[in-house]
Design a protein around this ligand. Structure first.
Ligand SMILES: [Zn+2]
Length: 173
């Protein structure tokens, strides 16, 4: 289980009209900074946003998913990311609504949570990198045991092991 406690947007990425190239030197510096001053944190992966003008565009093209470019940015540089022990990718998609949204929180699938904040509609989606023939492959597949939990949105979430079983066992002694 991976627990994301801090996320920062890679602001130093070079952005084109429809592409984003990560600045690899910036990642090295960030990692050094974190391991020097906050050694209890470890690099897990990356986080970025997908801003959309219209809610309907997100739905039409499932814009809350990683783009082909997002996937190849990791998989095509597999050796590099393995060196940094890349394990998790998170994308937050945001679109504006013309009026305050009514529909609240919902799970679209095992790795996607949709929610509303005022006049914004947001989607949080998680990917996990798995190793296949020495190559990193990104997946959000439930069969690969990917399940996004977000207690800040969903509450306590699922019970991974039976809670309160120990007490029952102790009573039986
Ligand atoms: Zn993206």
């Amino acid at each position: 289980m991976y627990c994301v406690e801090q996320a920062s947007v890679e602001t130093s990425a070079r952005q084109g009209h429809s592409f984003v190239v990560p600045n690899l030197l910036s990642l090295v510096l960030k990692r050094e900074l974190i391991t020097s001053f906050w050694p209890h944190y470890d690099f897990l992966g990356d986080f970025h946003t997908h801003p959309y003008e219209h809610y309907t565009d997100v739905i039409a093209i499932k814009g809350y998913n990683y783009s082909d470019g997002d996937i190849s940015r990791i998989e095509d540089y597999s050796g590099y990311w393995r060196f940094y022990n890349y394990r998790v990718g998170v994308v937050l998609t945001i679109s504006r609504l013309h009026r305050r949204g009514r529909r609240g929180l919902q799970r679209l699938d095992n790795s996607t949570i949709e929610f509303a904040l005022g006049k914004y509609r947001l989607w949080l989606k998680g990917y996990v990198a798995v190793l296949e023939d020495k190559q990193l492959k990104l997946t959000s597949d439930y069969d690969q045991r990917v399940a996004l939990e977000c207690p800040a949105l969903l509450g306590m979430g699922r019970e991974y092991t039976g809670f309160n079983e120990l007490e029952g066992k102790l009573r039986g002694l």
